[in-house]
Design a binder for this molecule. Sequence first.
Ligand code: AMP
Ligand code: MG
Length: 412
Amino acid sequence: MTDCCTQPGLIPIETARATLLRDMIPVEDTETIPLAQACGRVLAAPQIAGINLPPCDNSAMDGYALRLADLEDGKPLRLAGSAFAGRPFSGEVAPGTCVRIMTGAALPAGANTVVMQEQVERQGKSVFVRGTLRRGEHIRRRGEDVAEGDALLEAGTRLSVARIALLAAVGIGVVTVYRRPVIALFSTGDELRPPGATLGNGEIYDCNRTALLAALTQLGVDTLDLGILPDDKAIIREKLARAARDADAIITSGGVSVGDADYTREVLEEMGRVNFWKVAMKPGKPFAYGHLQGTPFFGLPGNPVSALITFQQLVVPALTAMQGGTWCPPVPLRAKLGKALKKKPGRTDFQRGIYRRDPAGGLSVEPAGNQGSHILSGLAEANCLIILPRDSGNADSGDSVAIEPLGVPLAP
Ligand code: AMP
Ligand code: MG
């Protein structure tokens, strides 16, 4: 049996990730930018609420603001005016009166309850309330979401859409974030042509660089796109030296395996240091991590699915740390496997899957097509990764397996 212990240099993914997280040096420089442009960026300062949210008691319904005690004698209330969102009622709700109120309008002084309009009958200025009300009903309280002075987000927090909404709601318009690390990126391979070009015999399109540029942009880092490099040691040497000089980290794809034209790792070994280059994961065993004049280097495998999964599993945590953020391991879900999966013990498996809710209310998961590390259609269709532990073997239909959902738009 082949496993981590019998394949020299093959290290568990947890060890690889822990090494990367330990080694990364966060950027120190900061910049202050408009909040709307800060999605994906990492806060360099804690954010404190300068106001209460909501800033004042207001109505959660379209209805009438009243004094609950006035309803005891069953008499109608007299309509004294109206309150709109942004146009409050200026007076006080006197005994025996009520105020027409819209959702979001400030609760007028004197009122302690809102009745929704569906529970009211109006005859001119007389308002009859049906049914019973609870004191304080349909009122959104000042500060019930956030109290003035509350610590909202700590330094090191990555801004998501939801966190941007929170900061905007307390009136924060600009934030101080760490500068974007500059990530140099190139693909290697004589067979690669950029999308849009005409393919010659035996050539393929370089999809890794396009996909990685998109992923890096989404992560909130700057990119230094060094294009496609041929399998030529001298050119790889020259570009690696430039990347080490101009970037905070270097990402390459291809050329880190054991083929005759796999030069990237060799050149890295010559010019710098390779910390490890075989990770006990599938896809993605050849993943080279090292340093070049102090600049971290991530050599992704060439096969596109391997490149993107090693990027997601290993490089994203490292870049998060480099951005000044804290990488939070995703919380895996459990799902019932709908189809047997083949696996040899020795490497953690990241199979592409499609999970859904089954009729019994639990989650079930099916593999998303062919699991070859060159099969992009399955990755594009997948909504999760099925994670099979390193030492496990085949998984049977009906087994409970760990899944990691892919892509949650509001999450950090
Ligand atoms: P390598 O790791 O360089 O041996 O490449 C492994 C496989 O991935 C080969 O089939 C390559 O043609 C393919 N490959 C390498 N780089 C890319 C890329 N940037 N885009 C698409 N396929 C690639
Ligand atoms: Mg290659």
